[in-house]
Design a protein around this ligand. Structure first.
Ligand code: PMP
Length: 428
């Protein structure tokens, strides 16, 4: 594998762009710091600027669930471009996509389009605060909800009453309104609710976590959160930026059978364009401006090119329910293959998976929360990542990410991934 051009571009990029990249994980810092610069992607493959081809298991961090450059999405974008790239005024496509979202995700009765998952979660929390008149919210350690100030909070001592900022620039005033609990820990949530009586507006979580690796909710966890929110009259927010339109047409909430009050969406909803959305119960969404008092706006929100891509993507998923059976089968084949290899090699590592999301954790512990995930041997993950890359398989460059499969993966690709996996595991 020659990566000379990537290397040169990275050196040049570092002169003009902080860290050489426009989003931190792309710098491959956790796996040796030699990012690949990409020239194109098609179906199951991504190509770097040196002409190497890789089988894709990230898929732009989730959006490309149909594989790269899907003809229906591409054609919709090209057609929309003929009419101009932005109007800053309502269009028919926005009505169509909003209606489609409400049929695919029944808990969403009204929806507002934004430009990223970050905007979706920031806005959802603001609406929840406006609706309840309360300031605090509960989030879970290891869940990621974008880079809004109030979400960049790690666990600190005294977390029952106060969070500590994760990043310089987030004020302690902001951090104190973010309460933290371990994922899958209902008792801690109850304790937080008691200690902050009548101050909590919402509970937000990834119903299936993807940002500490793939971590599933334990039976009863989501139901328990639903019950607490009902009892307290507060807002349950599912952040389905990763899981929405991926685990099923209706996202994780459909698969797991728990209905949130608000849902945040991103990634697949834009077909690869910068799109996010938040929506939910009419009564809550009617607090959003101009219908209600909670302000939220966007020059490029509902942009016609982005809507065309998103609409083509969602229409395809809505009309072809077989997509989800196929994704599930692909995930099952791959994860069972990896488990069989681990057993054969006598490696006691853990896999977590659901549908087309999975993680291989380099720990022998069950991974149910962030603390478990942190027992992983991240140096070993780094060796595994590079061994896979050298064999033409493009993984997420961190132990703490889920992988995302696409419908473009055929059996021949799965065989190649499993062969590479076995060979890579033998070298680490
Ligand atoms: N929520 C979740 C669950 C995410 O995974 C992400 C991004 N990976 C975000 C929110 C933020 O989305 P964006 O990067 O589009 O701002």
């Amino acid at each position: 594998m020659i990566t000379e051009k990537s290397k040169q571009l990275f050196e040049q990029a570092k002169k003009y762009i902080p860290g050489g990249v426009n989003s931190p994980v792309r710098a491959f810092k956790a796996v040796g710091g030699k990012p690949l610069f990409i020239s194109k992607a098609e179906g199951p493959y991504i190509f770097d600027v040196d002409g190497n081809r890789y089988i894709e298991l990230i898929n732009s961090w989730g959006p490309m669930v149909l594989g790269h450059n899907h003809p229906e999405v591409r054609e919709a974008v090209v057609k929309a471009m003929e009419n101009g790239t932005s109007f800053g005024a309502p269009t028919d496509m926005e009505v169509e996509i909003a209606e489609l979202i409400t049929t695919m995700v029944p808990s969403v009765e009204k929806v507002r389009m934004v430009n990223s998952g970050t905007e979706a979660t920031m806005s959802a929390i603001r609406v929840a605060r406006g609706y309840t008149g309360k300031d605090k919210f509960i989030k879970f350690e290891g869940n990621y909800h974008g880079h809004g100030d109030s979400f960049l909070i790690a666990a600190g001592s005294g977390a029952i009453t106060m969070g500590n900022p994760d990043s310089p620039g987030v004020t302690s005033g902001t951090a104190k309104d973010t309460l933290l609990a371990p994922f899958n820990d209902l008792d801690k949530v109850r304790l937080l609710m008691e200690a902050n009586k009548d101050e909590v507006a919402a509970i937000i979580l990834e119903p299936v976590a993807g940002n500490m690796g793939c971590v599933l909710p334990e039976p009863g966890f989501l139901e328990g959160l639903r019950k607490i929110c009902d009892e307290e009259g507060i807002v349950l927010i599912f952040d389905e930026v990763m899981t929405g339109f991926r685990l099923s047409k209706g996202g994780a909430q459909e698969v797991l059978g728990v209905r949130p009050d608000l849902t945040t969406m991103g990634k697949i909803i834009g077909g690869g364009m910068p799109v996010g959305a938040y929506g939910g119960r009419k009564e809550i969404m009617e607090f959003v401006s101009p219908q209600g008092p909670v302000y939220q706006a966007g020059t490029l929100s509902g942009n016609p090119i982005a809507m065309a891509a998103g609409l083509a993507m969602l229409q395809h998923l809505n009309k072809n329910p077989g997509v989800y059976k196929r994704l599930e089968q692909t995930g099952k084949t791959l994860v069972e293959g990896i488990q069989a290899t681990l057993k054969r090699l006598g490696m006691p590592f853990t896999t977590n998976s659901i549908g087309s999301m999975y993680s291989l954790f380099f720990t022998d512990r069950k991974v149910k929360n962030f603390q478990d995930a942190q027992t992983c041997d991240t140096a070993m993950f780094g060796r595994y990542f590079n061994a896979m890359l050298n064999r033409g398989i493009y993984l997420a460059p961190s132990q703490y990410e889920s992988l995302f499969l696409s419908t473009a993966l055929e059996l021949e690709h799965l065989d190649r991934i499993l062969e590479a996996n076995e060979a890579a595991l033998k070298t680490i």
